[in-house]
Design a binder for this molecule. Structure first.
Ligand code: V47
Ligand code: SF4
Length: 381
């Protein structure tokens, strides 16, 4: 491993790139300026090699996945993010869906007896689904299946819930946590920088508001994820600003588990004229994120969005997690034009994908406790 980084140091095409490689070897944090240099001048092989060095230092060949399903309570949404192909405005709510608590509980019950460890709840921001509604949902899920980890609600949904209920962020998080909400997904982050946010997601929670909600969750001992929607109108500077804000909060709280870059998909939304990023640019971003976000333990490629083969490829560019089985329970990417129209993978398929690139498949729970090593598993449950 250290031989491979020495080759990168020796063959770097400029002194500044050589210096970055040396920093990575020594485990030193890179600066924003160095990060920009990687975006501008780092070849795919160079950034990929550095990211893989870090990935193997942190996790060896271990590649995590979990067994989960999603509940999307509604796609009716009071907001109108330009990149979103999924939501329907309240005025057109008959075109969308709204699930009752009983319907959502039926989804949970359909997994009875199956070795699922996590339910991921995320949807549009419906003006009538309030905090009391979701507290009741979480309590009922918890009462039905106490071993199921409830990960739910983006900071966008939470911000709206708390404002409507007239509670502070801290109080709102406390009440949801007490009801049984155990962690937060990373959605709604998009691009924090106001110059971009005001164009693509003008009316929802600000970058600072998003960070404050995650900080409040961390202060209660909850773990959360963070995403970044990339590959549309943002510049490298905006990506770096976004990652710096996350890195700073992580320095303060240590509450983030995973960073999840989300590739912008341009199907069926108001930004369909914006071309999608190339696979090379996707892999370069994963690699640079792995190098820059030195205090994030995990980097995830969300396969329904990236596609399975590209998710597999990303395992050589810093990624050590490919989310879960999902079980065809999310529509957010299929509606945005992803090739994954029915996102479901059996554990066997996930394991095979990981093994094909000579990595070690490990089933984890939401907070990365290892459940099972599938390296030599022949029979699948
Ligand atoms: O915030 C919406 C994104 C996010 C598009 O924490 C789009 O484990 C690309 O955050 N093209 C929600 N992306 C999903 C999310 C998530 C998914 C999986 C795992 C976790 C986790 C979190 O989806 C939104 C937005 O950034 N999104 N539309 C689109 N057209
Ligand atoms: Fe609503 Fe989320 Fe879609 Fe924005 S991305 S319109 S907040 S569902």
């Amino acid at each position: 491993m250290s031989a491979s980084i020495d080759i990168l140091i020796d063959t770097a095409t400029s002194n500044d790139l050589k210096e970055i490689a040396q920093h990575v070897k020594e485990g030193k944090r890179i600066t924003d300026e160095e990060c920009l240099l990687l975006f501008e001048k780092g070849s795919l092989a160079f950034v990929g090699g550095l990211a893989n060095f870090i990935r193997e230092k942190l996790h060896g060949d271990k590649t995590y996945f979990n067994r989960n399903f999603h509940i999307e309570p509604t796609n009716v949404c009071v907001f109108s993010c330009k990149f979103c192909s999924y939501s329907r405005l309240y005025a057109h709510k008959e075109e969308g869906w709204e699930l009752s608590i009983d319907q959502m509980l039926d989804i949970v019950k359909s997994y009875d007896g199956k070795p699922i460890t996590e339910v991921h709840i995320v949807g549009g921001v419906h003006p009538k689904m309030n905090m009391a509604y979701f507290i009741e949902l979480i309590q009922k899920i918890h009462a039905h299946r106490p071993d199921l980890h409830v990960k739910g609600f983006t900071a966008v949904e939470l911000d709206y819930m708390f404002r409507k209920a007239k509670v502070s962020t801290e109080e709102g998080m406390r009440q949801l946590n007490e009801a049984g909400l155990q962690s937060l997904p990373g959605g709604g982050a998009e691009i924090f920088h106001p110059d971009i946010r005001k164009i693509i997601a003008a009316d929802k929670v600000t970058g600072d508001g998003w960070l404050a909600i995650h900080e409040a969750a961390h202060n209660l001992g909850m773990n959360t994820n963070a995403t970044m929607l990339y590959g549309h109108i943002e510049k490298y500077e905006h990506r770096i600003d976004h990652m710096r804000r996350l890195r700073d909060l992580q320095d303060k709280t240590g509450g983030f588990n995973t960073f999840i870059p989300l590739k912008f998909r341009n199907g069926g939304n108001d930004m369909s004229d914006v071309p999608e990023s190339t696979i090379t640019e996707d892999m370069r971003l994963y690699a640079i994120a792995r190098i820059y976000m030195d205090n994030f333990p995990h980097l995830k490629a969300y396969w329904p969005m990236l596609g399975r083969q590209n998710a597999q490829l990303s395992l050589s560019f810093g990624v050590n997690d490919i989310d879960g089985t999902i079980d065809d329970s999310t529509k957010i990417y299929s509606m945005a034009g992803s090739e994954e129209q029915t996102p479901t993978m059996s554990t066997e398929e996930l394991v095979t994908l990981i093994r094909q690139v000579k990595r070690q498949p490990i089933e984890r729970d939401t907070v990365y406790n290892e459940i099972k090593d599938y390296s030599n598993e022949e029979v699948f449950a």
